[in-house]
Ligand binder design. Structure first.
Ligand code: 9WO
Length: 247
């Protein structure tokens, strides 16, 4: 997988490959990450990358020419047909399904904007899609780009070990995760659920699945509605709700 990022802060974006799962993916050459900085393509003595908005108003706008050149440079080193994706609250919401789609590509270019916005003609001429992490505003697209890189890299074949991949499946089946516990067994009188200490793996798996269904129902009914529970799942959920009872 080849990912390129166009950003005024390449050192910030580069942090994502310094640690953990993504770092290992780069070391093992399952992922390559390149950054292009529009400032490197600014032709004036001040290396200007922003300018005042036409029509007035506060803030600055990311300039067309140096950014377009940086995008084209980023595409140079990539397989043909790699999309250019801008991170923006105005985009389509990024979810696990989108992450899987991107993970199936040979590569893509992420455009991380700064200032109050980017010249709209960049979107029209150079950007294929816009993706949003959700309804909030950041100071720039970099942190959103890093989140996309992390989510996609985890899905690349060989990046996670067998054990980690199995854990991943638990969200991929469209449910929230079950609750986790580690030592100590008691904290201020709060015990770890007894079933987890039972050593009965079938019962533990059933309990975890019940918790995942129950939490999804309580916190994210929208997730459950998409799932169309079968009889057994419905029964587990009913059990969860009964156990919740008067609380
Ligand atoms: C900001 C904005 C605010 C309201 C409605 C639409 C909007 N679009 C942008 C925008 O594209 N901003 C650029 C990138 C320039 C300023 C900082 N940028 C940014 C990206 N802020 N927030 C994001 C972002 C990206 C992905 N998911 C959530 C937020």
């Amino acid at each position: 997988m080849q990912i390129a990022v166009v950003s005024l802060f390449p050192e910030l974006v580069g942090q994502v490959v310094e640690y953990g799962v993504v770092g290992r993916a780069v070391e093992r050459k399952l992922l390559s990450l390149d950054c292009e900085n529009p400032r490197d393509f600014a032709e004036d003595v001040h290396r200007t990358v922003d300018d005042r908005p036409y029509g007035g108003g506060p803030g600055m706008v990311l300039k067309y020419e140096p950014t377009a050149t940086a995008i084209r440079e980023a595409k140079q080193g990539m397989p043909d047909g790699c999309p250019v994706i801008c991170l923006s609250p105005a985009g389509k919401v990024f979810d696990q399904h989108e992450a899987q789609r991107l993970a199936s590509l040979q590569g893509f270019v992420l455009l991380a904007g700064r200032y109050e916005g980017i010249d709209e003609r960049l979107i029209e001429n150079e950007v294929d899609e816009e993706l949003s992490l959700g309804d909030f505003v950041l100071s720039g697209g970099e942190i959103a780009a890093m989140a996309v890189i992390d989510a996609v890299t985890r899905l690349l074949p060989g990046v996670l070990g067998d054990e980690e991949s199995a854990v991943q499946d638990s969200f991929m089946n469209g449910l929230l995760d079950y609750p986790h516990y580690t030592r100590p067994e008691i904290i201020d009188g709060q015990r770890v659920p007894a079933v987890l200490l039972s050593g009965d793996h079938a019962r533990i798996a059933r309990w975890r699945y019940k918790q995942a269904l129950g939490r999804s129902y309580m916190r994210r009914p929208d997730l459950l509605k998409r799932l169309n529970l079968d009889k057994e799942q419905q029964q587990l959920l009913d059990e969860f709700l009964k156990e919740q009872g008067p609380n």
